[in-house]
Design a protein around this ligand. Structure first.
Ligand code: HSE
Length: 311
């Protein structure tokens, strides 16, 4: 039997979306960083944000990703008219505009937290749409690549129909490099063309199909070598600090492949082992240092774990 608690601490992972090969349809959860949120029951029906630590974000319910997602779960669970009151205290460890699913970590943690507080009336799968209401606030689109991975964990394939398939998670070691600039998803989507060349679409289709096949075959290196992007990358490179040099440095250090994480500015580089990921990270850091670009590095792995409570 489920318990109704008065305060719950929840975490949701940062995510790498697109994985270069699957624009808007692939996303994978990272082991770290993790977003943290505390939800408390209140006597006033609806959602209120009590504090946001680590980022300057709106507190208005409809303008904040976390509260928007939380409200949608309340509405869904309580027949459109929330009777329960919840307060959110948000700890933004996954920084906004970083390209590793900040808004999705917020949306997923908030959606998951409300459902937990209510005693889990909704199945995990039912939280995807309300979490997307939150994601929409940030990106102006309902792509579920980051959100699905942040909610469910692992490597998710999610089409425009919202159906999620869980793919085998490759055991790569990953260097995520985050130059300390912000790129808003909305802006990174505005540079994309409405139409693409048939030949580019064909190349991308075959890469994604081969990637999926090799994951199922258990060939992480082969899958890594499929990480190409003929649809989006070229349009976003001008937004990315020193992208060509970063890519060259990572590959020379031994990374199998990688590219822009989500809509950037972070990039991700997949490697056979921790040592290679460290070398790739150092090589990228050297590029940024040369250009006096402040940056953060995460040496991490893909994780099967999505949104979860503190226990
Ligand atoms: N698929 C999205 C994009 C991820 O590339 O715009 C960013 O949220």
């Amino acid at each position: 039997m489920s318990h109704v608690l008065d305060q719950i601490e929840v975490f949701a992972p940062a995510t790498v979306a697109n994985l270069t090969v699957g624009f808007d349809c692939l996303g994978c959860a990272l082991e770290e960083p993790l977003e943290r949120l505390i939800i408390r029951r209140s006597n006033t029906p609806g959602v209120k944000i009590t504090a946001i630590h680590g980022a300057d974000l709106p507190h208005q319910v409809e303008r904040n990703v976390s509260s928007r997602a939380a409200l949608s779960v309340l509405e869904l669970a309580e027949g459109g008219h929330p009777q329960t009151g919840v307060e959110l205290e948000i700890f933004k460890t996954v920084l906004p505009g970083s390209g590793i699913g900040s808004s999705s970590a917020s949306a997923a943690s908030a959606a998951f937290a409300v459902n937990q507080l209510l005693g889990s009336p909704l199945k995990l799968e039912q939280l995807l749409e309300p979490a997307l209401d939150g994601e929409f606030v940030a990106s102006g689109a309902r792509h579920a690549d980051n959100v699905a991975a942040a909610l469910f964990g692992g490597l998710c394939l999610v089409g425009p129909d919202g159906v999620v398939n869980h793919l085998p998670v490759p055991d790569w070691h990953i260097a995520v490099a985050h130059p300390q600039i912000e790129i808003r998803t909305l802006e990174a989507r505005a540079v994309l063309p409405a139409q693409v060349e048939l030949s580019a679409a064909l190349q991308q289709m075959s890469s994604l199909a081969r990637f999926t096949h090799l994951l199922h075959k258990g060939d992480p290196k082969g899958a890594a070598l499929c990480l190409t992007d003929t649809l989006v990358e070229a349009h976003r490179i001008p937004l990315q600090p020193h992208y060509s040099a970063v890519r060259q440095a990572a590959l020379t250090a031994g990374a199998w492949g990688g590219g822009i994480s989500g809509s950037g500015p972070s990039t991700f580089w997949v490697c056979r082992d921790r040592q290679t990921a460290e070398a790739a990270g150092q090589a990228i850091a050297a590029v940024f240092n040369t250009h006096e670009m402040p940056h953060a590095l995460h040496l991490t792995r893909f994780s099967p774990r999505g949104a979860h409570t503190a226990s």
